[in-house]
Design a protein around this ligand. Structure first.
Ligand SMILES: Nc1nc2c(ncn2[C@@H]2O[C@H](COP(=O)(O)OP(=O)(O)OP(=O)(O)O)[C@@H](O)[C@H]2O)c(=O)[nH]1
Ligand SMILES: [Mg+2]
Length: 303
């Protein structure tokens, strides 16, 4: 199966939900008029795109349909796909890994798929011929360190780890220096998901960020927030919360294969103004895909 087919099959539940709701509207409302737009807006809200986003998308659709004098339902549908694709393309979804080493800090609440995504990401960059180093800065549980260790072995990457309970910032310090010494291209840092409270989390992330800035001052940085798509609009709230705690450069949206709520990709991008950089569409190694807005929009609507 090619990349696009894997994407399409991973998005099956979401595309069925969106397509079904949108198609229902088009089958009932034949005339291209205000009633059609109102019902489309409602369909998008029901498909987990969020109120604000749905209203904005349909406003844009309404004005394009008027400007282009579109009178045919099928053409309106095509235009809706274009509106969604354009909305996703407004943000730059490319990973910025311009320095050697570049640093990718991976954060998010527990269970969202941080460690798994890091393993898949490491495999992906390794396959591109990059030298990848993993840092086990989730020192909260021994099992977390072991889990990352397994991914390091599986992907053929080095890992920097300390003992359970040690200072995550110290792990990051060692990892930064190892990355320099070993000529690493991408350093990926796993962090603890169990946020004891917002203040502790903020302090820990600040400390880690400070160490990276000090040890690798010229490195390009990605702060990726991992979100579980199955939690729907709750994931959007997490993006808001983490955005207050740490500067975010991108989102990794996991478990899209397990949910019909994949429409939240669009609300996260539009409402939080944070680009989605990777999406998880399954449990296989190659099921973490670099996010491509056009393919995503096409996969949502293509039969
Ligand atoms: N179906 C599916 N499952 C996924 C995906 N990404 C991650 N998972 C699963 O989600 C579960 C949790 O993943 P982890 O990577 O351990 O999550 P974590 O955020 O590191 O969790 P903590 O270390 O406890 O904070 C695992 O069973 C993964 O296999 C995905 O894209 N699709
Ligand atoms: Mg983990």
């Amino acid at each position: 199966m090619g990349l696009f087919d894997r994407l399409k099959s991973g998005l099956k539940k979401t595309s069925e939900s969106i397509a079904e709701k949108v198609n229902n509207v088009f089958s009932v409302f034949v005339a291209v008029d205000e009633e059609l737009f109102e019902n489309l807006e409602e369909a998008l809200i029901m498909a987990d795109l969020g109120m604000e986003t749905s209203v904005a998308l349909i406003d844009e659709l309404r004005s394009r349909v008027k400007r282009k004098h579109i009178k045919d339902g099928n053409e309106v549908k095509k235009e809706l796909q274009a509106v969604i694709s354009d909305a996703l393309c407004e943000l730059d979804c490319e990973m910025k890994l311009d320095s050697t080493p570049a640093v990718v800090l991976v954060i998010g609440v527990n269970g969202v798929g941080k460690t798994t995504s890091i393993g898949k990401m490491a495999t992906y960059y390794k396959s591109q011929g990059k030298k990848v180093l993993l840092a086990a800065a989730d020192t909260f549980r021994a099992a977390a360190i072991d889990q990352l260790d397994i991914w390091a072995k599986r992907s053929g990457c080095d890992i920097i780890k300390h003992q359970e309970g040690s200072d995550p910032a110290a792990v990051v310090y060692d990892a930064c220096n190892a990355a320099k010494a070993r000529g690493v291209d991408v350093l990926i840092v796993d962090t603890a998901g169990r946020l004891h409270n917002k203040k502790n989390l903020m302090a820990e992330l600040e400390k880690i960020n400070r160490v990276v800035s000090k040890e690798l001052p010229d490195s390009s940085r990605e702060n990726l927030l991992v979100l579980d798509a199955t939690t729907g609009q709750n994931a959007v709230s997490q993006a808001k919360l983490f955005g207050e705690v740490s500067e975010l450069t991108g989102i990794v949206l996991t478990k899209l294969d397990g949910t019909a709520k994949g429409g939240i990709v669009i609300s996260i991008a539009k409402e939080q103004n944070i680009p989605v950089k990777f999406i998880g569409v399954g449990e296989r190694l190659d099921d973490l895909q670099v996010f491509d807005p056009e393919s995503f929009a096409r996969a949502l609507f293509e039969e």
